[in-house]
Design a protein around this ligand. Structure first.
Ligand SMILES: [Zn+2]
Length: 106
């Protein structure tokens, strides 16, 4: 059975994991993304490396945004500067909590 543990929470984003199925879920407004632990590690590595100013693009309405690829090729995530900061810090916290849980469980 699924045992979802919240490993990070920020405005508009929550990250949970299930140690039984070894999946991480990212719950974002209107979106639920599922990752295997490996996929999540890769995604986290990319997210925490992104510098907003180096990857800035423009949304159709002219807003400055950064677009992130996901393991689902045709679905990308889009962030304003504030949203990206928020998201990256949630991911960082999730990785930190994952490591703590690993220590506790092993
Ligand atoms: Zn599960």
């Amino acid at each position: 059975m699924c045992k979802k543990t919240i490993i990070a929470q920020r405005e508009g984003v929550a990250i949970t994991q299930c140690v039984n199925c070894k999946t991480v879920n990212i719950w974002k407004t209107g979106l639920l993304m599922r990752f295997t632990f490996d996929q999540f590690d890769q995604f986290a590595a990319i997210t925490n490396r992104i510098e907003f100013d180096n990857y800035v693009e423009y949304a159709p309405d002219g807003t400055e945004i950064v677009i992130l690829s996901t393991p689902c090729n045709d679905i990308c995530l889009m962030f304003t500067r504030v949203e990206l900061d928020n998201f990256a810090s949630a991911i960082e916290e999730a990785i930190y909590m994952q490591n703590i849980y690993k220590l506790v469980h092993n």
